[in-house]
Write a protein that binds this ligand. Structure first.
Ligand code: NAP
Length: 421
């Protein structure tokens, strides 16, 4: 018996799900649906253009896509072009690998002032995502502030700081090169609400920030560790490596001739974005940490300061969005599930519907994390597949053609974006 499975989304978790399905003992055909014209999700639209090495994983995805039982339908939005219940009629199971499509909100006054944007918009813009190509970013002032200290914050900080000759060697868009070439930004502040031990970035990414030609890296805080911090670094290799790297950077003398400065500041939360029609300053409150080791939270201290700001990039994490007709855990931005099986509020399973990747576990981990995540989901899916039924014995191609949906196949992606294939 051949089982038909639809995967919605085409990022890393989607491809790892397809791979796990093909490796199973069952005969399986996979149709992958993507609302954009081209596949690879955040691998294409999220990974920094100067991190080409990371994108080589797409070669493995190409191999999966070459399986004779694999079809790709780009430009097809499930939920809009075809509803989920309609799609389900043609498949034994549906796996949603739709990622976390929006950003967390800071919920402070002035968040929507002109000049306050999300880091993910900036990333989507310089990576050439079609929807973002008309976005504008004010690079005409001297001060950029990035809120958050995850690897996305590090990526946008680095792109703002890097010399244009370095960026030109990457696959960043020509449009972005043109605008960044005229950038007047001199100071880029990357600001975290907690301390250096709790910073979300990883050592390799941090290291790059300290090694950009012509750029000073200034660590504004002391790196004194509390007893709780010391306990935390014992338990976390990442924190230990970050502290060692920050300590090394802090001891480096500044170079007067350098054109740009990256400022890393800890223990500071934005409380208000100030300006009239556009952003001018950000008001911060200093924090102290409170709570047991491993669970330390930022608490306001009553001490405030302000920084001039021409462009703000909010980089405080992604957040999943609800999918019509399915339950949603708004707090965590995920579709509730048990090992990938979608479940209702009363924990009963939503038959034959599964999730993987960020919509399953939240926006965390590196590309490879999705592999084990999808293997788990596929195992759950295959456990129940023998009891699943297809309602209509018709191929989705007929449905797409009858509905005149202008889908793109895997081969078409080369025509859409030849230089990126
Ligand atoms: P992230 O790693 O979750 O970092 C979010 C940052 O925002 C943290 O510093 C967090 O601080 C801060 N934050 C959250 N809410 C805040 C608030 N209300 N006010 C101030 N700060 C706030 O998210 P991300 O940077 O978007 O990255 C998402 C995932 O993609 C991560 O797993 C990341 O490693 C991965 N990624 C990896 C790479 C790479 O490997 N090179 C590149 C890009 C992304 P708290 O810790 O205090 O919450």
């Amino acid at each position: 018996m051949t089982y038909k499975i639809a995967i919605i989304g085409s990022g890393p978790s989607a491809f790892y799900a397809a791979q796990a399905l093909f490796k199973s003992d069952h005969k399986i055909v996979v149709d992958m649906f993507e609302k954009l014209p081209t596949p690879f999700g955040l691998l294409r639209g999220g990974v920094a253009p100067d991190h080409q090495q990371m994108k080589t994983v797409s070669k493995a995805y190409e191999k999966i896509a070459s399986d004779e039982n694999f079809r790709f339908f780009g430009n097809v939005e499930i939920g809009k072009d075809i509803t989920l219940p309609d799609l389900k009629k043609y498949y034994n199971s549906v796996i949603l690998a739709i990622g976390a499509e929006t950003d967390r909100k800071m919920n402070i006054p002035g968040e929507n002032l002109d000049g306050s944007q999300t880091a993910t918009e900036f990333v989507a813009w310089y990576n050439g995502q079609p929807k973002y190509q008309d976005y504008t970013f004010n690079l005409s002032g001297e001060n950029a502030i990035v809120i958050g200290q995850g690897n996305v914050a590090v990526d946008v900080t680095r792109i703002l700081a890097k010399p244009i000759e370095e960026l030109e060697k990457t696959d960043i868009t020509d449009n972005a090169i043109q605008k960044l070439n005229h950038s007047k930004i001199k100071n880029i502040y990357m600001i975290g609400r907690r301390g250096p031990v709790q910073a979300a970035f990883t050592e390799l990414e941090l290291k790059e920030l300290g090694n950009i030609k012509g750029v000073n890296l200034i660590i504004h805080d002391d790196l004194d560790l509390s007893n709780n911090d010391k306990e935390e670094i014992k338990a976390s290799t990442k924190a230990r490596k970050n502290i060692a790297q920050l300590t090394e950077f802090k001891s480096k003398p500044l170079v007067k001739e350098n054109q740009k400065n990256i400022h890393i500041m800890f223990y500071s939360s934005p409380v208000e974005i100030l300006g009239n029609s556009k952003i001018e300053k950000i008001k911060f409150e200093k924090n102290r940490l409170d709570g047991d080791a491993g669970k330390q939270k930022a608490r306001p201290s009553g001490e405030f300061f302000e920084l001039d700001c021409d462009i703000l990039l909010r980089s405080i994490g992604y957040h999943g969005v609800p999918f019509k007709g399915l339950p949603f855990d708004d707090r965590n931005g995920i579709i509730p599930n048990n090992k990938g099986q979608v479940i209702n509020i009363d924990k009963s399973p939503v038959k034959d519907i599964f999730v993987t990747g960020w919509i399953k576990r939240g926006p965390s981990g590196v590309i490879g994390t999705n592999r084990s995540d999808s293997i788990e989901t596929v195992a759950t899916c295959l456990d129940s597949i023998v009891n699943s039924k297809i309602e209509l014995d018709k191929d989705i191609l007929d449905v797409l053609n009858e509905s005149k949906i202008q889908y793109l196949t895997y081969k078409d992606k080369k025509k859409v974006n030849p230089e990126k294939n």
